[in-house]
Design a protein around this ligand. Structure first.
Ligand code: FE2
Length: 146
């Protein structure tokens, strides 16, 4: 079984909405681990529900980031969106993997590798760089208004 994912301070992008959504993603993946670890008759159904929520929330969160990039004229919008789109394919693949492997530690390890590690890496690299650009640009725009 994987360790619980932790939202460490290095994951802050300094956009309150995006940070809250990243925290929710991490909380929800931990809920999925818990459902698997607890086991029992309901584990399959609980893991399925949990993963479905995680999938929908990932799509919702990516849309929020993409709207932010669009409204601020972020120049690497297309590249960042492509990364998101590819990841959604991976996440949907996990739904099939759960059906195949069941709510097992093996499946949880796969979630750790394909979901949790990816999202943490994405936040620390791509998202932080994107929000940094957006925040600085907003600052410039404010200055232009004065
Ligand atoms: Fe992103």
């Amino acid at each position: 079984m994987p360790e619980h994912a932790i939202f460490v301070p290095a994951l802050y992008t300094h956009n309150a909405t995006i940070d809250a959504q990243h925290k929710e993603l991490i909380k929800r993946v931990n809920d999925l681990y818990d459902a698997i670890e607890k086991g029992g008759d309901a584990a399959g159904e609980k893991a399925k529900e949990s993963l479905e929520f995680l999938t929908q929330y990932t799509v919702f969160h990516f849309q929020a980031e993409e709207n932010l990039m669009k409204t601020t004229g972020y120049p690497l919008f297309t590249e960042h969106k492509k990364i998101h789109d590819n990841f959604v394919i991976t996440v949907r693949g996990l739904v099939d993997k759960l059906a195949e492997l069941g709510p097992t530690p093996e499946f949880a390890d796969l979630v750790e590798k394909e979901f949790t590690a990816w999202i943490i890496n994405h936040i620390q690299g791509t998202d932080i760089k994107t929000i940094e650009w957006i925040n600085n640009k907003s600052g410039d725009q404010m200055q232009n208004l004065l």
